[in-house]
Structure formats: structure tokens, C-alpha cells
Ligand binder design. Sequence first.
Ligand code: SF4
Ligand code: SF4
Length: 115
Amino acid sequence: MLSKMKDFGFSVNKSRVIDYDQNDRALFYYLMRVEPSVSLCIACGACTATCSAGAFSSLYFHKIMLSIRRGEKVYIAKEITQCMLCGKCQLVCPKNVNTRGVILQIMSFLQSSQL
Ligand code: SF4
Ligand code: SF4
């Protein structure tokens, strides 16, 4: 039935349920300990708007920040490798999040947890 439907050039978004029971929030708790400024993020997107890598890749740093809270470790591990550690995101952050520090700690955590 669905295959016979006319294609109007748009589709219904996939379900985006966040299951906190399935997600692993260990990275969030780790960052709260070693880089507490992570908790100041308001997901405004200023970091993404200025990101050097974002213009050429799928890296959206505000989504990384949201995923940290949600415990979406697989997504973070895939995307964070595209960061060039330039620090521009830190210069524009209105909440003064130490974004570069957050990124370095994410890399260190992922390396030690061997995801
Ligand atoms: S600019 Fe700062 S407050 Fe805004 S989303 Fe990025 S890290 Fe969070
Ligand atoms: S440090 Fe990484 S996330 Fe931040 S602006 Fe540079 S490339 Fe983007």
C-alpha cells in the first residue's frame, strides 16, 4: 500500500525516541567529573555555526553536546573524529563551555573504553 503512494518529494521523519534505559551515560558522568563546563551547554548551536570541520563534514558540535547527555556514544565516536581541534567553537560559546577540553576528554574516554 505504502509503495503505491505518490511521491510528493518529502517523507515522514523516522521516530526519534530517546531510550535512556538503552543508552550509556557513562561518558556524561565522566565529563561532569573531569570537564564540568559541559553542564553549562544550552545547545544554542553557535559552535556548529562557526565550526571549521562542519562546513565540510557531518560534524555538528551542538548535536555532540546533546548526545553526551543522551548517552549516544556510538554517534559521538563516529562524528568526533572529524574535529580538527581548531578551537573556534570555544571562542563563540556564549556559556563559556571549554569545548576543546570536552572534545579532548571525549577522545581520551573513547580510547580508554575502546569503543
Ligand atoms: S556554543 Fe556553547 S552553549 Fe552553544 S551549543 Fe555550543 S557548546 Fe553549547
Ligand atoms: S574544535 Fe572541532 S568542533 Fe570546534 S570548531 Fe574546531 S573543528 Fe569544529
